[in-house]
Design a binder for this molecule. Structure first.
Ligand code: NAD
Ligand code: DAU
Length: 332
């Protein structure tokens, strides 16, 4: 099979491509705009494989999409702006990529009769105090990020209902693992802890996330791509939930640092308290998570410790400016 993977130079997309190339004979074309979060370095070990090719372009650019589709049988769309804090500061790109970009991809899939998988998020359901969201829970997004992701999901559903597009949606919980940009909680805290810098915890640190190792999300997406029923949504939740403050304490312990590095900083506006997904529907397709949080977190810390070639360039330049704006103090 030949796949077009949009946003394949980002964190989850690159892990998906790696897992897929290891476990199948697929040929893969990655189409990526290479925003600050998209990096060729994320695909460095795959570039010499003749089954792999890369195209630099945006999903909202219909010509770039058409040029990438030669011989392709299915589209998997990871391309997105993904950081909630950035969506609060500068929502424009979120609207453009999630609304216009998804529309362009859907049109391309419709014209050619391709299967289409939209990668989405638990954040479209909003916060849940107890229990877990199922696929029929109402959408109540809280941020410009999650609202535009929810809009994209609704557009996918509309294309299935109206045009019969062979489309499925996969909504994942919080992913973590290698190659995640260090603006997100786990890589940010790991790199700050390794450097002996302060760890900025929003509010009281009691917000709870449902942690999913990135390779487990990749195998779930592959499963839904193969066997998911057109028009259906599949939730993919991690096996363990954890409050942010406990995530940070575990990271400090893994990095041999003490808790005096923790800084409680101003909370994120509209901050969702807890996410939780029921994965019963994707489990019925034969998927289950292979990696528990304790083990995955240890592997993740080890990966960042061993791969400074990957993160050192990020911690220079534009990322320093972002950090200063976001946290009001410079990175050490
Ligand atoms: P990421 O920010 O690491 O990567 C996003 C990628 O998309 C980057 O390579 C970027 O260059 C590319 N991109 C952005 N705008 C584009 C555009 N207009 N055209 C082409 N490429 C573009 O994000 P991620 O964490 O890997 O997330 C991937 C997908 O998974 C997103 O759709 C996100 O909503 C979803 N998701 C993420 C998580 C998580 O915890 N990170 C959980 C569930 C779902
Ligand atoms: O739930 C899936 C979502 O997970 C994805 O759809 C998003 O793309 C992804 O960014 C992530 O969103 P979150 O907002 O949950 O992730 P983030 O890593 O930004 O924050 C995780 C939690 O940690 C959240 O409660 C906010 C908190 N946090 C985050 C940062 C960056 C802090 O306390 N301090 C920080 O510096």
């Amino acid at each position: 099979m030949k796949l077009l993977v949009c946003g394949g130079a980002g964190f989850i997309g690159s892990n998906f491509v790696r897992v897929r190339m290891r476990s199948s004979d697929d040929a893969i074309v990655v189409l990526d705009k290479l925003t600050y979060a998209g990096r060729r370095e994320n695909l460095r070990d795959l570039e010499d494989d003749p089954r792999f090719s890369f195209r630099h372009g945006a999903i909202e650019d219909a010509e770039a999409v058409a040029a990438a589709l030669d011989g392709v049988e299915a589209i998997v769309n990871f391309a997105a702006e993904t950081h909630v804090d950035r969506s609060i500061a500068e929502p424009d790109a979120f609207v453009r990529t999630h609304a216009l970009g998804t529309f362009v991809l859907l049109e391309a899939a419709r014209e050619r009769g391709l299967r289409y998988l939209q990668v989405s998020t638990d954040e479209v359901y909003g916060s849940i105090a107890e229990g877990s969201f199922t696929e029929s829970s109402p959408l109540r997004p809280s941020s410009p990020y999650s609202a535009t992701k929810a809009g994209a999901d609704l557009l996918v559903g509309g294309y299935h209902e109206t045009f019969g597009l062979d489309a499925v949606i996969c909504r994942g919980s919080n992913n973590y693992g290698p190659y995640q940009y260090p603006e997100k909680l786990i890589p940010l805290m790991v790199l700050n802890a390794l450097a002996g810098d302060r760890l900025p915890v929003y509010g009281d640190g009691g917000n709870v996330r449902n942690w999913l190792f990135v390779e487990d999300f990749a195998t779930a997406i592959a499963r839904v791509l193969a066997d998911g029923v057109a028009g259906e949504v599949y939730n993919v939740g991690g096996p363990d939930e954890c409050a942010n403050i406990d995530v940070v304490r575990r990271i400090l312990a893994l990095c041999d640092r003490d808790e005096s590095l923790i800084d409680h900083v101003t909370d994120r506006p509209g901050h969702d308290r807890r996410y939780s997904l029921s994965s019963a529907k994707v489990s019925a397709l034969g998927w289950s998570a292979a990696v528990r949080f304790d083990d995955g977190l240890e592997r993740t810390v080890a990966w960042y410790r061993d791969n400074d070639w990957w993160w050192e360039p990020i911690r220079d330049g534009a990322y320093r400016e972002y950090y200063l704006r976001q946290y009001g103090r410079a990175l050490e």
